[in-house]
Design a protein around this ligand. Sequence first.
Ligand code: FES
Length: 208
Amino acid sequence: MKRTTIAVGEAPVIGRMYRVPCIEYPTIYQGPTMWVPVYGPPHEDREIIGFPHQHYHVDIRFMSVRGLARYSGRINILEELLSYPMTVPVVIAPSLEAGTQPARVAVSPFPILKRRKCYREMPDFPGPVERRLQGFCRSFGPLLEDTYQGCQLKLDNPICPHRGFRLAGLPQKDGLVVCPGHGLRWDLRTGQMRRRCLPPEGKGGESR
Ligand code: FES
């Protein structure tokens, strides 16, 4: 079957094979490892959500339901991730800070291109489950949006200024794309961020 390396500006086609960056990672049971498709770049999230470890995010576009269950040890993980995608970290380098050690760390921190099928589009973040959206809008969402309000994306190669996630090739709705990193919402027609949460002190903005 034909395989292509996933291109910068193109959305992958569901059902087609691609060469996707993958990290070798322990399963939840600490048994045999598995290759987990990842979206990056690698980063840490110390501020706002206090996650100090270098990590990628799982790219669930290229994970089968069975693969997700094996990765997470949970049967219903797909529903969970479809409502809050890409937030499962694939830790590649633990922080030295005491008391913060992650349960699992990548066998090798360098991604290798592996043959993977595209199973689904990148879901929205936090997605259709309102409970999740409320959590986002109450916690780090407004602070993150405050920080990046007024930033301007390059329209020919949009990259999220928060952690440098690539935004080209992601599904759009009315010109809006949701960053799979931590949920900032960008208008690719203007390059401006669009709030989805009310700012912390009720200074305007929009909610969905
Ligand atoms: S990388 Fe964090 S919101 Fe885009």
